[in-house]
Write a protein that binds this ligand. Structure first.
Ligand code: GDP
Length: 445
């Protein structure tokens, strides 16, 4: 199995804990691991290389300006960039099948799941859009493939073009078009012959069929478990026949679906559907978020984000604790606590969690200490100078008036804030001495 990305990045982020901020070197180190993870997920080498280069530019710029949660940021940037590359324009599931009968050409290598996908898609169009669909197999070399489509058609209740021995692919395509027109079908699907490898004869045949049918959609079916190969296949088919979209099969397997990224990057064509099993219902519209998560390993992202957050909170807590233990609790500290309280859902719940502060909890409620109040207090602190925040005990009446005015509030409210600050500072000092602080802080963060 794959070594997951979080394990890979573990070492990189462990170093971050000590450094606290994300440097260019860190970005590069993290992205080296991302690149390996992409290759393991079957993304082709040039695509992985380009992708990482693009992300590196974004990540480095951002990390310097916003070093708040470095680990989270790198993962998020990678994840978002993946989605951006994977996402095509418009709704992947909506095919151009107005003007009846609309031809859909299905192309791809033998064994990619082309015939199965043709039937799955026909069923989907019938069930979800109420379309009358006709399917035709053009695989004259493999009578078994033609039979297979007929059997699937019966199974899902979709008509197939009767098999006539001795016809070539172009003749079958013509007959399908005729029958679709006169039979009043909305859509006709042409399941072209596949080969084990790309060859000239195959391409010539598909081109000839395309010229006869002038398809509204030409969907390339690719095995999602193939990596580098998928890129060559897509390049060939798109160059020779011109595709309008891709269907990735076997996305139910162990693979990480990196072929999706390669397909998008190389052809620029949208991925429309993914095959998720052998059953006729196992076809879903492509969702870039899901595939991006899978390429990176969804659990990995969640784990990484959590890890990054824990690291950050632990650091903040550590730093705050050191200060509080020394009896240091100035307005900046208070502001940090107030911000945290807002995030945690209000002052009352926080005070309730703090040993020794429980009795203030009810008092706080009685005094109307709610989020609005918290915001006003934060505004008051914001209106202080650096000096004033460091030494709130030095504030004179004139200064107090200026600060209150700056926040658009009354001096009385500032006095209340100062009183609360003194009480909290005392409580912190006391708890620090009794060794209760750590416990209290844990409750708060
Ligand atoms: P073709 O040669 O390209 O027409 O391939 P087929 O449609 O005959 O499919 C080859 C095999 O792959 C069959 O056994 C299918 O049931 C299987 N298959 C097709 N699509 C999927 C898929 O999305 N998931 C899984 N697990 N198997 C699939």
């Amino acid at each position: 199995m794959f070594e997951n990305l979080s394990e890979r990045l573990g070492g990189v982020f462990d170093r971050l804990t000590k450094q606290g901020a994300l440097s260019e070197d860190d970005v590069r180190a993290a992205l080296r691991e991302v690149r390996v993870a992409l290759l393991e997920a079957d993304v082709s080498l040039p695509v992985a290389r380009d992708f990482v280069k693009k992300v590196e530019k974004q990540a480095t710029g951002q990390a310097v300006t916003r070093s708040v949660t470095p680990g989270q940021q790198v993962v998020k940037i990678v994840h978002d960039a993946l989605i951006e590359v994977l996402r095509g324009e418009g709704d992947p599931g909506s095919l151009k099948i107005d003007n009846a009968p609309a031809p859909i050409l299905m192309v791809g290598l033998q064994g990619s799941g082309k015939t199965t996908t043709t039937a799955k898609l026909a069923k989907r169009l019938k069930d979800k859009q109420g379309k009358r669909v006709l399917m035709a197999s053009l695989d004259t070399n493999r009578p078994a493939a033609m039979e297979q489509l007929a059997i699937l058609g019966q199974q899902i209740g979709v008509d197939t073009l009767p098999i006539v021995k001795g016809e070539n692919a172009v003749q079958i395509a013509r007959r399908a078009k005729q029958q679709a027109t006169f039979g009043g079908y909305d859509v006709y699907m042409l399941d072209t012959a596949g080969r084990l490898h790309i060859d000239e004869v195959l391409m010539d045949e598909v081109q000839a069929v395309r010229d006869v049918a002038t398809p509204r959609e030409t969907l390339l079916v690719v095995d999602g478990l193939t990596g580098q190969d998928a890129v060559n296949v897509a390049t060939e088919f798109d160059g020779k026949v011109g595709i309008t979209g891709v269907v990735l099969t076997r996305m139910d397997g162990d693979g990480r679906g990196g072929a999706a990224l390669s397909m998008r990057a190389v052809t620029g064509k949208p991925i429309r559907f993914v095959g998720l099993g052998e059953k006729m219902d196992a076809l879903e519209t492509f969702e870039p978020e899901r595939v991006a998560g899978r390429i990176l390993g969804m659990g990995d992202i969640v784990a990484l984000v959590e890890k990054a957050q824990e690291t950050l909170e632990a650091e903040q807590m550590e730093r705050a604790m050191k200060r509080f233990k020394k009896g240091l609790f100035n307005m900046n500290d208070l502001r940090g606590q107030l911000d945290q309280m807002l995030k945690m859902g209000g002052m009352q719940s926080i005070m309730g969690m703090m040993p020794g502060m429980g009795k203030y909890s009810k008092a706080a409620a009685d005094a109307g200490l709610d989020d609005k109040m918290l915001r006003r207090q934060i505004a008051l602190i914001g209106s202080m100078t650096k000096q004033e925040r460091a030494h709130p005990e030095m504030l004179q009446a004139s200064r107090k008036r200026r600060i209150a005015a700056g926040a658009g509030l009354e001096v009385a409210e500032l006095n209340q804030l100062l009183k609360m600050h003194r009480k909290m500072a005392d409580a912190m000092k006391m708890m620090g001495k009794k060794g209760m602080l750590k416990q209290a802080m844990k409750g708060m963060m």
